[in-house]
Design a protein around this ligand. Structure first.
Ligand code: EPU
Length: 419
């Protein structure tokens, strides 16, 4: 098992080009299944989750190959309708292949994703929406067997009781080739949904309203292939900004999606960091010690503060002047990183969905274990500002979502190696 060794104390200075978004690349790779001809995805991040998605595509008969950051997916020979349990369990988001397979083949067999590091991850909203679209769904021994009643699924009016990102994506993927019109009320408004819809429109889909809470999809008989550039990763942006806020320094993030990162930036500005933006760059300067965030940091669906940035910002605020309060409203178990931060000297009290972070003068390096993707990134963030050496194990979690994090940190002047 590989580990990261981080020696804290160096300021981070320099420029970084952001990777493409993981949470945009994964549904778009699934969407490529719907097309009759080749799709070329540029800016595809090189991540273990992306490779897991490509193994699913290859298993189903879609050739998927990479050349640098370009993925070429040829879905013309699609043959399978069943994703083996082992591949399904490699990543939770494999569930979005369900809508795409139903859209192209009219049937699929997948597995219940089960719980994960973030707590129980139910898919009840995905299933009840697909049932409304005339998909017959049976669950047998952990397998989910789905089949549309006729040749194609049927459009339907669906109201989600929570704007779930994955459920919205699955409905869109099934609806673009369904018969008739599908309306999603209380749809997720995350920028990655808009990127998925932009890709699908290039393939010939008829979708409107993405980015708003009512999305309308008019089904087409078939879709063609296209070329598309994956949007930049706003959570990677939040992560490298949090690292710089914690360690001090000055960075320029290139290839940034600025408006989409705004909900994070507006909170970051409250720490006293100087934040300046252009159309596609974020410049940030942080002094020796940031200030606590005055307002309660509530994670919310977009355009609220993103749950995926909660852990990294918390790591930065452990050494801020004053007390910050977080409220996690999206996932039940998203404070597992706090034990490691406390081990490093942070003063954090968790009570249910609230975490109170009292800024301490300094953290100390310690051996810690990455608990999940963003929690692991938070540990790197804390380690960069800590006194001494931090050894982070279980970094396979971090590799799911960050491309060569140690190279990026090293390029900024941080002392971090992979062993
Ligand atoms: N939920 C249900 N039933 C459902 C679906 C969701 O109860 O049928 C609950 C979930 O348990 C959770 C909440 O609704 O408590 C939000 O889940 P959502 O479906 O919105 O999230 P997701 O699609 O599973 C995506 C991202 C996550 C990100 C969330 C929220 C991808 C591949 N994953 O997950 O990303 O945190 O949206 O923005 O897009 C990450 O990148 O670290 C990550 C976890």
């Amino acid at each position: 098992m590989q580990r990261f060794i981080v020696n804290g104390g160096n300021r981070l200075c320099g420029e970084l080009t952001l990777q493409g978004s993981k949470n945009s690349a994964l549904p778009i790779m699934a969407a490529a299944l719907l097309c009759s001809s080749e799709c070329v995805l540029h800016g595809c991040p090189r991540l273990t989750d992306v490779y897991a998605a490509s193994r699913i595509l290859n298993h189903l008969g879609c050739r998927c190959s990479f050349s640098g950051h370009t993925a070429v997916i040829d879905p013309s020979q699609l043959s399978g309708t069943e994703v083996p349990e082992k591949l399904m369990h490699e990543m939770r988001s494999s569930i979005i292949f369900m809508g795409a397979m139903l859209g192209r083949m009219g049937e699929c067999t997948v597995s219940v994703p089960g719980g994960c590091e973030l707590g129980p991850r139910p898919i009840d909203m995905h299933l009840s929406a697909l049932r409304k679209m005339d998909v017959d769904i049976r669950e047998r021994g952990g397998r989910i067997i789905c089949r549309v009643s006729g040749k194609r699924a049927h459009g339907a009016k669906i109201s989600l009781n929570f704007p779930s990102v994955g459920a919205t994506e699955n409905i869109i993927l099934c609806a673009v080739t369904a018969e008739g019109e599908t309306v999603i009320n209380n749809a997720a408004r995350e920028p990655e949904i808009c990127d998925l819809c932009a890709f699908l429109r290039k393939c010939g889909a008829d979708i409107s309203g993405d980015g708003e809470s009512r999305i309308v999809i008019r089904g087409k008989e078939s879709l063609g292939g296209c070329g598309h550039t994956i949007m930049p990763d706003r959570i990677a942006a939040a992560t490298y900004l949090s690292m710089t806020a914690a360690a001090g320094g000055e960075i320029i993030l290139k290839n940034a999606c600025v408006p989409e990162t705004e909900p994070f930036l507006s909170v970051l500005e409250q720490t006293g960091c100087g934040v300046y933006t252009t159309a596609d760059r974020i410049y940030m300067r942080s002094g020796p010690r940031i200030k606590a965030v005055r307002d309660r940091i509530r994670t919310m669906p977009h355009p609220g503060f993103p749950t995926d940035a909660q852990a990294v910002l918390m790591a930065a605020l452990t050494t801020a002047e004053g007390t910050s309060v977080f409220e996690e409203n999206i996932f039940d178990c998203r404070y597992r990183h706090t034990d490691a931060l406390i081990k490093m000297g942070a003063d954090i009290q968790v009570l249910g969905k609230v975490a109170v972070v009292k800024g301490v003068e300094k953290l100390n390096g310690a051996p810690v274990e990455a608990t999940d993707l963003r929690g692991g990134a938070a540990m790197v963030c804390a380690a960069l500002s800590a006194e001494g050496t931090t050894e982070i194990s279980m970094i396979n979690h971090i590799d799911r979502g960050y491309e060569n994090m140690e190279e990026a940190v090293k390029a900024l002047g941080g002392d971090m190696i992979r062993v």
